[in-house]
Design a protein around this ligand. Structure first.
Ligand code: CTP
Length: 407
């Protein structure tokens, strides 16, 4: 019984070629089924040297297709049926051999024949030794497949099965392949297609000396969620992030910075844009004269005084810029008089909307996964109930879409 999830009702034809990374395909099958997909496995003969059809079939709960001239299957030209009866073909792991066959239209076994016969999107997850991956013949074949419209994920960098070897050649992780499959099969509307967005997220770190800095409690969770939601809605997103421990959201251009001045420069660099959402908790001040060496304490001496200087206000700079995006949104992290303070910020910073939240310690918002916000516009306030930061992001993106594409 298939589960209900993001891939419910989808049929994924999974072609497993012969490489040591084939063991990860077992996990890929499990992850796809967890999300509701039906997985139809095809294995090359070489793949069966690495993992057994029994394991693949048991995890997929499907017949494993192995032979082109299978007497039972070919009664109704099985390879053509396999090629058509799916929403997507995934090749994981894709070997140099299979990539070469695909790029050159060769078909001498079931996997390569199905790939030639399909009109569905094809996602290729290569896995091979880094020297093989960087071989000009393989690069040529991979480039040709991109031109032909295939999608690639990985290979990624890391250690190889060969002792002591590392480099770009590892198959992408199953969860990343799943995320890419979800993106490829996502046929939700893309109201922000063709729009450019800049998002700032996370804290900034303002150095005191080479080992110390001034920071704040922002985790980047809300900013990263907004960047991801904008990308899901089709926007071309540049996410400028201070130091956070979160993974990079998929499908966004990441610019990683530490200090407010770097964040400002990156934001100005990302102009022109249609949308700017400034979520970062930018430090208001930086140390006036950053010490080039670690400041030492001397017995009996008073602690050093930290002279601070004001950081540039990125939201205000963008809000009053000659290339001002059509929609500029700021956040207001307040501990008191939340809405009044936010309304004052709207005008001062040149924003169209301010998303105000109460960050008093008892709310647990900073560092937490939930948020309660009010949307302050020149013409009024909209108070949203408490919800997940991901849901705040979705709703904000819906609001952005409405404002940019009025009916
Ligand atoms: N912001 C910014 N650059 C700064 C300070 C803040 O871009 N140097 C942005 C934040 O990303 C947020 C908004 O401005 O979108 C509000 O930040 P906040 O720190 O609450 O406002 P301040 O202007 O610092 O006002 P105050 O300290 O008086 O609350």
């Amino acid at each position: 019984m298939a589960k209900t999830g993001a891939l419910t009702g989808k049929r994924v034809l999974l072609i497993i070629a012969g490489g040591i990374a084939a063991y990860k395909s077992l996990d890929l099958i499990r992850r796809l089924r967890e999300r509701g997909a039906r997985v139809i496995p095809v294995m090359t003969r070489a793949a069966t040297e690495f993992i057994t059809p029994l394991a693949v079939g048991a995890l997929a709960a499907e017949k494993v297709h192995l032979e082109l001239f299978d007497r039972d299957d070919e009664i109704d030209v099985g390879h053509i049926r396999l090629a058509r009866d799916c929403d997507l073909v995934v090749v994981a792991p894709a070997t140099a051999d299979l990539i070469g066959k695909m790029a050159n239209g060769l078909a001498n076994d079931l996997a390569s024949t199905v790939l030639l016969a399909t009109e569905r999107p094809v996602l290729i997850a290569p896995a091979m030794n880094p020297t093989m991956w960087s071989n000009p013949a393989v690069s040529r074949n991979a480039s040709q497949l991109l031109i032909d419209g295939a999608h690639f994920i990985g290979p990624v960098s890391g250690e190889m099965a060969e002792k002591g070897e590392a480099g770009v050649g590892r198959m992408a992780e199953p969860l990343d392949i799943v995320a890419e499959i979800e993106t490829l099969l996502d046929n939700r509307p893309k109201p922000l297609a063709g729009r450019r967005a800049i998002v700032t997220s996370g804290p900034t770190h303002e150095p005191i000396d080479p080992v110390r800095y001034i920071a704040n409690r922002s985790s980047g969770a809300q900013g990263h969620a907004i960047a991801a939601a904008l990308a899901n809605a089709g926007a071309d997103v540049t996410l400028i992030s201070g130091p956070v421990t979160l993974p990079d959201p998929r499908g966004v251009k990441m610019v990683k910075v530490e200090r407010a001045v770097e964040m400002r420069d990156a934001a100005l660099n990302a102009l022109p844009a249609d949308i700017a959402v400034m979520v970062a908790a930018v430090a208001d001040w930086r140390v006036d004269a950053e010490a080039s060496e670690k400041i030492k304490k001397s017995p009996g001496e008073a602690p050093p005084a930290l002279a601070l200087t004001e950081n540039p206000d990125i939201l205000k700079t963008i809000g009053h810029h000659e290339k001002r995006p059509k929609l500029v949104i700021g956040f207001a992290a307040e501990t008191n008089d939340v809405e009044d303070n936010a309304r004052a910020k709207l005008a001062r910073k040149g924003a169209d909307l301010i998303v105000a939240n109460d960050v008093s310690p008892e709310t647990g918002i900073m560092g937490g996964s939930r948020n309660t916000v009010s949307i302050i516009a020149a013409d009024g306030v909209d108070r949203w109930p408490e919800m997940d930061k991901a849901e705040v992001a979705e709703r904000l993106v819906a609001l952005i879409s409405e404002r940019l594409n009025p009916l």
